[in-house]
Ligand binder design. Structure first.
Ligand SMILES: O=P(O)(O)O[C@H]1O[C@H](CO)[C@@H](O)[C@H]1O
Ligand SMILES: [Mn+2]
Ligand SMILES: [Mn+2]
Length: 401
């Protein structure tokens, strides 16, 4: 009896009931990708034609979309005989990664995060002055809302010349710092981030994110896998904390340990990209003890394709993920619980480059679950279900299905 949670980062399935408050009414990550594919507008080097996700569809993805929006996206109809599927909308107000993951783990965010204004500059002068002084950097570049790949193309060469880190933000509660991994140095970048972390604590900023990159000119800059998130810890005990207190085996895959500020995150296995993260998931599962929990994040959907508004790339990533599902199911024991879900949306057909406020799929595989999951008010029902399955103390929020 073990529990496995896979978070497909940003794989939303239709606008949340409160999407209008975020300017996201009508956003639908999976639905819009499926439409574009069906129309022949998402052909790329790694895929073509209608979106093909037979394994996720068999787990109920198409039907979860129908619950969320009233229709099955084109190409996602198919048999779902034993599927236990549902959809969930978020209680926490932030449509960001920590809010989504913490809520999945049984802890909705009860407060408002701090955000930086959409002005240029976006950071207050005393903040940037303190950062320069305390981190001993000559100045900062950027200082605005930006897409991470565009801002390094714009300022990367100057950064290499001057040693000024590139600081930027987004619609999320983030202070991001991009710097060259070799000329500036990775450890040095992490050090600057630690200083920034202390400085933005009073502003209630969720994360400081190190964004190292390599390359020599605007045309070939590439971000590396050494990205690191400096998060504040969740405000209450998550299912990871509860499992740790109960002495359970815990394996986290990818950036889960950073998202939970390393609290209760057990053995962490990393991988560069979704395929490597899947390999790490198989490894983790092979060693996961009875009564244990595996919690994985698959980041590419969001970082490489959602924020980049790359529909063909996103579709290809979904298809590649889908192809690994049968092998995963084969590695589960009969009394294991698997839940595949998401933390927010990032509709690649939407305007801008930010996340979209969406419902998420809840696809469960378990011999024990017999009743329908349906529409859940809060991601915390996932955490409550995992806790109940593992016979852990129930988290403070959520109702198990
Ligand atoms: O454009 P990049 O640098 O990928 O940034 C994105 O990644 C951040 C963290 O998930 C989000 O806040 C969004 O801004
Ligand atoms: Mn995310
Ligand atoms: Mn993101």
């Amino acid at each position: 009896m073990r529990a496995v949670i896979l978070v497909m980062d940003s794989v939303g399935i239709g606008a949340a009931p409160d999407a209008i408050n975020y300017g996201d009414e009508g956003a639908d990550t999976v639905g819009h990708i499926a439409e574009m594919c069906m129309a022949g507008n998402a052909d790329g080097p790694h895929r073509e034609g209608p979106l093909q996700l037979p394994n996720l569809v068999a787990l109920g993805l198409g039907q979860a979309c129908r619950l969320a929006t009233g229709r099955v996206p084109p190409g996602l109809d198919g048999p779902t005989e034993h599927a236990r599927f549902g959809c969930a909308s978020e209680i926490s107000k932030g449509k960001d990664t920590p809010s989504g993951h913490w809520e999945i783990a049984g802890v909705p965010v009860p407060f408002d995060w701090g955000y930086f204004p959409r002005t240029k500059p976006c950071f207050a002068r005393d903040l940037t002055e303190s950062l320069c002084e305390q981190a001993r950097v000559p100045g900062i570049l950027g200082n605005c809302h930006a897409s991470g790949t565009e801002i390094i193309a714009e300022f990367g060469e100057r950064h290499i010349r001057t040693g000024e880190p590139i600081c930027y933000t987004s619609a999320d509660s983030v202070f991001q710092i991009a710097a060259h991994e070799e000329t500036f140095g990775l450890e040095r970048l992490y050090e600057v981030c630690r200083v920034a972390r202390r400085l933005v604590d009073p502003l209630n900023i969720g994360r400081v994110i190190a964004r190292p990159f390599i390359g020599t000119s605007a045309g070939d800059f590439k971000r590396t896998a050494h990205r690191k998130d400096f998060s504040v810890p969740p405000p209450e005990r998550t299912i990871l904390d509860l499992a740790e207190s109960a002495g359970r085996d815990i394996v986290t895959i990818g950036k889960i340990d950073d998202i939970f500020a390393h609290r209760g995150t057990g053995r962490n296995l990393r991988g560069d990209g979704n395929q490597a993260l899947f390999d790490a998931t198989y490894d983790g599962l092979a060693s996961l003890a009875e009564g244990g929990m595996l919690f994985a994040n698959f980041i590419d959907f969001d970082t490489l394709y959602g924020h980049r508004r790359d529909v063909a790339g996103y579709a290809a990533a979904l298809e590649a993920f889908d192809a690994r599902v049968p092998d995963l199911l084969n590695r589960l024991r009969e009394d294991d619980l698997l839940i595949i879900t998401a933390d927010h949306g990032c509709d690649p057909t939407w305007s801008g480059t930010d996340h979209t406020r969406e419902q998420v799929p809840v696809l469960a595989w378990s011999a024990r679950l017999t009743s329908p999951i349906g529409k859940r008010a809060g991601f915390a029902d996932i955490g409550a279900t995992v806790a109940s399955h593992l016979e852990l103390q129930a988290p403070g929020h959520g109702v198990y299905f």
